[in-house]
Design a protein around this ligand. Structure first.
Ligand SMILES: [Zn+2]
Length: 85
C-alpha cells in the first residue's frame, strides 16, 4: 500500500458547510503555428503554470464567498487556513 502514514483526508469546508474551492491565478504558456497570412494560428501546445506565490492563491466558498488562506496538513494535503475577509 505505502500509504500507512496517511491519515484520512477531509476536503476543506467553509464554516457554512460548503466545500471550498481553490482560487488560483494561472499563467498559460501557449505554442501556436503561424498561418500563411502571418497571423497567430492553431494551438500546438499549452502549458499551465501556477504556484502559491501568485497574487491570487486562496480557498473560496462558492456559497457564501468567504475566503481562507491555503494551509497544508502533515501529508502536504490542502486544508483550510485562516479566514481572509
Ligand atoms: Zn461558505
Amino acid at each position: 500500500m505505502g500509504k500507512k502514514d496517511m491519515s484520512k483526508y477531509y476536503k476543506p469546508k467553509c464554516t457554512c458547510g460548503a466545500l471550498l474551492v481553490l482560487n488560483t491565478q494561472e499563467i498559460w504558456n501557449c505554442i501556436r503555428r503561424i498561418t500563411q497570412d502571418g497571423d497567430a494560428g492553431n494551438l500546438i501546445q499549452r502549458q499551465t503554470n501556477w504556484d502559491e506565490d501568485m497574487p491570487t492563491f486562496n480557498l473560496s466558498c462558492p456559497k457564501c464567498d468567504k475566503r481562507y488562506n491555503v494551509d497544508y496538513d502533515d501529508s502536504n494535503r490542502i486544508i483550510r487556513g485562516e479566514k481572509i475577509n
